[in-house]
Design a protein around this ligand. Structure first.
Ligand code: BEZ
Length: 158
């Protein structure tokens, strides 16, 4: 079953690009005693994610942080090299580009998406969540239009 509003995030580890290469970052590190926005999408460099979803958070990152959010995390079932390269091409300096390469954390959330038919294997659903000290306060999942998972939807609940 998918995670819901009111649930605590499961423990887990994602990968981010450090100075010496990919390095782990725990969900606890990202969320304990913090307000964190995590948004996830089916794939780095895919058209909808590159032209709409990630840009909505880049454009609104300052506004989101002004409303007290400590971390904005972009999560995808891609590796840390790809996530880092994608963040650079998009000038996503204020976003933590986090990789869940084996979909382990995505499956722990129950938010996986089977894109095998599109040659993409197991990926993440498109969603955004607001997390306060580890507890999910808002979860917006999109299947077609990017609306409930866009930065504008997060701004409305902050
Ligand atoms: C996209 O453009 O966001 C997309 C493309 C293929 C599969 C899933 C998402």
């Amino acid at each position: 079953m998918a995670i819901q509003v009111g649930d605590s995030l499961p423990e887990g580890t994602l990968m981010i690009m450090g100075e010496k290469g990919p390095q782990p970052i725990s969900i606890a590190e990202l969320t304990d005693n913090k307000k964190t926005v995590i948004f996830a999408l089916p794939g780095a460099f895919t058209p909808g994610c590159s032209m709409a979803h990630l840009p909505s958070f880049i454009i609104n990152a300052d506004k989101i942080k002004e409303k007290g959010v400590d971390n904005i995390v972009c999560l995808a079932v891609n590796d840390a090299f790809v996530m880092s390269a994608w963040g650079k091409t998009q000038n996503a300096e204020e976003i933590i580009m986090a990789a869940d390469g084996s979909a382990t954390y995505t499956k722990a959330l129950g938010l996986e998406l089977d894109l095998t038919a599109h040659g993409m294997g197991e990926r993440s659903q498109r969603y955004a969540m607001l997390v306060e000290n580890g507890e999910v306060k808002y979860l917006g999942i999109d299947t077609t239009e990017i609306k409930a998972s866009a930065a504008e939807a997060i701004l409305e609940v902050l």
